[in-house]
Design a protein around this ligand. Sequence first.
Ligand SMILES: CC(C)(COP(=O)(O)OP(=O)(O)OC[C@H]1O[C@@H](n2cnc3c(N)ncnc32)[C@H](O)[C@@H]1OP(=O)(O)O)[C@@H](O)C(=O)NCCC(=O)NCCS
Length: 158
Amino acid sequence: MKTPKMSEIQMRQMVMPGDTNKHGTIFGGTIMSWIDIAAAMCAERHCNNPVVTVHVDDIHFISPIKVGHHVFIRASINYVGNTSMIVGVKVQGENPYTGKVYNTTKAYLTFVALDEYGKPMNVPSLKLETDDDKRRYENALKRKEAKKNLDQTLELND
Ligand SMILES: CC(C)(COP(=O)(O)OP(=O)(O)OC[C@H]1O[C@@H](n2cnc3c(N)ncnc32)[C@H](O)[C@@H]1OP(=O)(O)O)[C@@H](O)C(=O)NCCC(=O)NCCS
């Protein structure tokens, strides 16, 4: 059993001109790539094996990050199944000259652990330690249930 704390990832970047879109703020594809990398590292730390992204469950761009601002990315395991892990990622921007920190992006991604033959393999179960761990786990369960219902509805209507 492992706690979310044991595999948590904290990553910092700075938005350089090459990372931006035509509005002078961070390009969505760049932030999505950083999110995927941070989340994959977190999942690998949990299962100590290679992982692949199987689903991006949700991504919400809350506010833009300006060129020159710092980016703080935190990823932690929210839920584990048999071979899959749901990782929640929170991204904050920071103005380095004023110290002001603001929420910018939130995402949830599902990874699958792979064995030496590239087949899904079981992962350690999750020990929920803190109130935040429990809240994130409950929310992940609700999102899984909602996704299952939506998948069934869409299939019925296809
Ligand atoms: C990941 C992969 C090996 C899973 O293979 P699979 O035959 O679907 O395996 P399974 O059906 O046994 O599912 C494995 C787990 O993934 C979960 N899963 C599969 N598809 C999913 C989806 N769309 N959303 C959420 N979870 C999913 C299953 O629920 C299962 O979880 P559990 O073991 O915890 O119950 C395969 O889909 C794959 O190789 N995908 C491509 C991955 C990739 O290239 N990613 C981009 C680069 S990293």
